[in-house]
Design a protein around this ligand. Structure first.
Ligand SMILES: [Zn+2]
Length: 363
């Protein structure tokens, strides 16, 4: 779709159509591909544990030598994570914990589970009915002890976490049985405490991501917006790969916002305005799952708010809203030339013709 597109033709018309679903998107793609033909490499391999802490995005496997693991972990953590040991039931730190927050791999800091999916299994080990993301853990066949079980390991560092069994609660019916010692816990800051600095994340797919980024960046309470890819299968996809539609990713804007200043539903109000949520896998003439309208929720609360918001919005649209509401998955930031496109290119015709009036209207 990129090759041979005549940039000087149809320009203004395309610009005016962009984001409301015209062929302008093709132009955008063409522009992008002209500006930079090779994708910048985001893949600085993060081998530093501190950098990895709390970061769910993984550019590469986190590796340490055995000596480093021994130095870095307590003997109990080493026994479980690296030697596939098991702590005794009802002895670990988290089997009976009900605090809200995120459980990360004690070896590398990869986010693996969260309190929202933790439940009391009665087993004496922390139990979850699903991992925080599909790709946050890996499964392996385990034939030790003379029985067939499915081992679960951290997808980032291959640290042994425990096993998964099929006797869990709905909706998955799975029980992820995890050793406390393989986990660290990062508590959500208390509602009553000072959470003014705590940022939350919202991720929206709405076609034209230059435009959505610029619009969301104007909001009070939004700390940062980046654009990237979510919901696909390929790790670290390039823009060209996503353009093919084969990776399964949607192009998204990822928003860091301060919930004490702006609510998720206020972000959604704007989300509905900046794209057409009624066209399935399509914005204007551009078709493909990468253009799908999607809300990738980061908490159960966001999911509920999104579902309610769709119901309310539906009354304003004649056609059925097809926006999908799905759990967030690994986010891959797009190449640098897509970031801050408007801010860096205010005088480009695209920005003058499309984004500037949009911003003006929102004032
Ligand atoms: Zn790990």
């Amino acid at each position: 779709m990129h090759a041979g597109y005549n940039i000087t033709g149809r320009v203004i018309e395309d610009f005016l159509n962009v984001c409301k679903g015209g062929s302008g998107r093709i132009l955008m793609v063409a522009l992008s591909c002209l500006f930079i033909s090779a994708c910048s490499d985001t893949g600085a391999v993060q081998k530093n544990k501190e950098n990895q802490k709390g970061i769910s995005r993984m550019d590469d496997k986190y590796k340490c030598s055995d000596a480093e693991w021994q130095q870095d972990l307590t003997p109990e953590q080493y026994n479980i994570l690296r030697e596939k040991g098991t702590e005794r039931a009802f002895t670990g730190e988290y089997w009976d914990s009900h605090d809200a927050g995120i459980y990360v791999c004690a070896g590398c800091g990869n986010e693996v589970f969260r309190s929202a999916e933790k439940y009391d299994s009665g087993s004496g080990w922390p139990s979850f009915w699903k991992p925080i993301r599909d790709n946050s853990i890996d499964e392996k066949d385990d034939h030790s002890l003379g029985v067939r079980r499915t081992e679960i390991v951290c997808s980032n560092c291959d640290g042994h976490l425990g096993h998964v069994f099929d006797d869990g609660p709905k909706p998955t019916g799975l029980r992820y049985c995890v050793n406390s010692a393989s986990l660290d816990f990062e508590a959500e800051s208390s509602e009553k405490g000072d959470n003014s600095g705590r940022l939350e994340t919202a991720t929206f797919g709405g076609g034209c991501f230059w435009c959505t980024e610029a619009v969301f960046e104007t909001l009070e309470g939004v700390e940062s917006v980046t654009v990237g890819y979510m919901g696909g299968k390929t790790k670290n996809p390039t823009y060209d790969q996503v353009c093919t539609g084969n990776t399964g990713h949607a192009e998204v804007s990822q928003i860091k916002y301060n919930p004490s200043k702006i609510s998720f539903s206020e972000l959604l109000d704007l989300f509905w305005k900046v794209h057409d949520p009624t066209t399935l896998n399509r914005q204007g003439n551009d078709t493909g799952t990468q253009y799908r309208s999607a809300i990738f929720y980061h908490s159960d609360e966001q999911r509920k708010i999104a579902e309610q918001s769709i119901k309310e919005q539906q009354e304003l649209f004649t056609d059925k809203i097809v926006t999908e509401i799905v759990t967030s998955s690994e986010y891959f930031e797009a190449e640098n030339y897509h970031q801050d496109y408007y801010r860096n290119n205010k005088n480009a015709p695209y920005c003058r013709a499309v984004i500037a009036p949009k911003l003006e209207k929102l004032k």
